[in-house]
Design a protein. Structure first.
Length: 311
């Protein structure tokens, strides 16, 4: 078992690397709840595992306890970001005016919550729902999604928040599934605050390789957020994802945004997210061990690429 690194270990790891990317962990590694107890537990365990930030699954921004989150964050040296997919009945990609309006209210509230928490990043499937759609996206649905996101982008600029649209596989979205598709979607909107969110789990399914999508997003000035996940969403390095190429690409483009570990298991369950992601089997039992391993793995990969300058 991999032990949890102490603060001293974290400081040593940071001193050996020149990366400015904050390294984070998804909250569902630690807690299936985002109530006061769940938030406090996730923040404390994120710091204990050696991460810089916690990514909160902000599935219910209207019910989220901002005051409790502030108290937890004040007690620990941890930054915070948020991710989500739009809820049922609030899908801005449907073209249904009532759903579009509800979805926009959700996104506006997310920005308010994260601004209150002094966060600078929101990410996820913000352009529609996280689900398998029965048909391709319609022109009307695409246009409705882009119109809402244009307004969200302008508000995000006012708040100093980057909004990154996660590129997920064909079973979780019908809008786009590759970096090329996402960049075209973003170019049609044109808001600088809107970026692309790359996730190695999804890239491993949809992309031709793990290097060129990073290069394309960075060259377009649109690489805003990164998820690190294994092909089976378990321990890093035990699946089929080509992490060597991916981390080499991040180093090549000088990426300095958040790099967040994401993993799911039946050991920790959120009734909504775990079901939508089809988390049916137990890929790990000990979230602390998993997190400590991921923190070391990511920092080690970043450091390995930094040493290339010595060759």
């Amino acid at each position: 078992m991999v032990g949890n690194p102490s603060t001293e270990t974290k400081d040593m790891a940071m001193s050996e690397t020149t990366t400015t990317s904050p390294i984070g962990c998804h909250g569902l590694v630690f807690s299936g709840n985002v109530d006061e107890q769940g938030i406090a537990e996730a923040v404390a365990r994120t710091e204990k595992a050696g991460f810089d930030l916690l990514e909160i699954p902000l599935l219910d921004p209207f019910g989220f306890d901002v005051a409790a989150a502030k108290r937890a964050l004040a007690a620990h040296d941890v930054q915070v970001t948020a991710s989500l997919g739009l809820p049922e009945g609030a899908d801005i990609s449907t073209g249904d005016p009532e759903q579009v309006q509800r979805g926009e209210k959700v996104l506006q509230r997310v920005l308010e919550v994260m601004s209150d928490l002094e966060s600078r990043h929101v990410c996820g499937v913000l352009y529609g729902m996280l689900k398998k759609y029965p048909a391709p996206a319609t022109d009307a649905g695409r246009a409705a999604s882009q119109e809402v996101l244009a307004r969200i982008g302008r508000r995000a600029t006012e708040l100093g928040i980057t909004v990154s649209l996660e590129i997920v596989n064909r079973y979780e979205s019908n809008m786009f599934n590759t970096a090329t598709g996402a960049l075209a979607f973003l170019d049609e909107i044109g808001e600088d605050a809107l970026k692309a969110h790359l996730d190695t789990y999804h890239m491993n399914i949809e992309e031709s390789d793990m290097f060129l999508p990073v290069l394309a997003a960075a060259q377009a000035g649109r690489l805003g957020y990164v998820h690190i996940g294994e092909s089976h969403r378990g321990y890093l390095g035990t699946g089929t994802v080509d992490f060597d190429s991916f981390f080499r690409a991040l180093h090549h483009v000088g990426y300095d945004g958040p790099i967040t570990f994401e993993s799911f298991s039946t050991a920790v369950v959120d009734d909504v997210l775990s079901t939508s992601l089809a988390i049916w089997r137990n890929l790990w039992k000990d979230g602390d061990d998993l997190a400590a391993h991921a923190n070391a793995y990511i920092r080690g990969a970043l450091r390995s690429n930094e040493t290339l300058e010595m060759h």
